[in-house]
Design a protein around this ligand. Structure first.
Ligand SMILES: *[C@@H]1O[C@H](CO)[C@@H](O)[C@H](O)[C@H]1NC(C)=O
Length: 251
């Protein structure tokens, strides 16, 4: 079932393993996620599906999807220079897919569809559009989504544009963003994550060093003007629990 067609509208490319879609990971190395992903091997292959997000025949980013909780474990993208700085598409049609459905998110006053891989990190319209898939979305508390989380996405993007230049002078960074499943569900159907996290790394020619940092926060209501603190990858691993490891830790 490597190509699953769920409706006339969408095609989901479930690949055999993460290594079939590893170009979005630094050195093509998948993260280590306790009880889920170990040395590139998905431990429960019925429950967790690697998805090579594909739109208009273009591979755009990688998602590891939890079919039981109906949310991604993580999405990974390679950040490159904007061809022409595009805006977030207005009134973007959400691609309808299996597992979760738009009606799960309808009329929710507390949560909306939070992107895991942000559309802002996509370098062109095809990739941007492809982030609007329910396999890249979690129920995110509205104030958090449009508050500190959005600010963090913007700041990280700015930082990467400024410092993440590879040896060819091109902007290049690797971002992995994930959600930790919580205890409750939206409409008894889609897991509401307790926490969301994001980490990036890149080589910086100007600093002649690998740069990396991480952010995370509880998926809860927050007051206006909240900010997320920038942390190290080590601190992120500690926060997420033993044996987490993103293959983006360079010192
Ligand atoms: C858009 O970006 C993807 C990578 O995400 C790339 O493979 C593709 O060639 C790009 N498309 C255009 C039209 O530049």
């Amino acid at each position: 079932f490597y190509l699953l067609v769920f409706s006339a509208l969408s095609v989901v490319f479930v690949v055999r393993s993460i290594s079939d879609c590893a170009d979005f990971l630094l050195n093509q190395s998948p993260p280590q996620i306790p009880n889920i992903l170990k040395n590139g091997k998905i431990l429960d292959q019925i429950r967790y599906k690697p998805i090579c997000q594909t739109y208009r025949n273009t591979r755009t980013f990688l998602t590891l999807y939890d079919t039981e909780e109906r949310i991604p474990v993580f999405s990974a993208i390679k950040f490159v220079q904007d061809k022409k700085p595009g805006n977030r598409p207005k009134n973007r049609k959400w691609m309808i897919e299996p597992q979760a459905s738009n009606s799960d998110y309808k009329n929710s006053v507390r949560h909306n569809r939070g992107h895991v891989c942000p559309s802002a990190y996509a370098s062109n319209e095809t990739t941007k559009a492809s982030t609007f898939t329910l396999t890249n979305v979690v129920p995110q508390v509205i104030t958090f989504n449009s508050g500190s989380w959005e600010k963090m996405e913007t700041c990280t993007k700015c930082f990467m544009e400024k410092f993440c230049k590879n040896n060819n002078g091109a902007i290049e960074g690797f971002v992995v963003t994930g959600a930790k499943p919580g205890e409750s569900k939206l409409k008894d159907h889609v897991n509401i994550p307790s926490k969301m996290w994001s980490a990036f790394c890149c080589y910086s020619t100007s600093k002649k060093a690998w740069l990396a940092s991480a952010h995370w926060s509880e998926n809860v209501h927050e007051p206006k003007n909240s900010y997320m603190q920038t942390k190290t990858l080590k601190e992120l691993y500690k926060e997420l629990g033993k044996n987490y490891f993103l293959s983006i830790s360079y010192n």
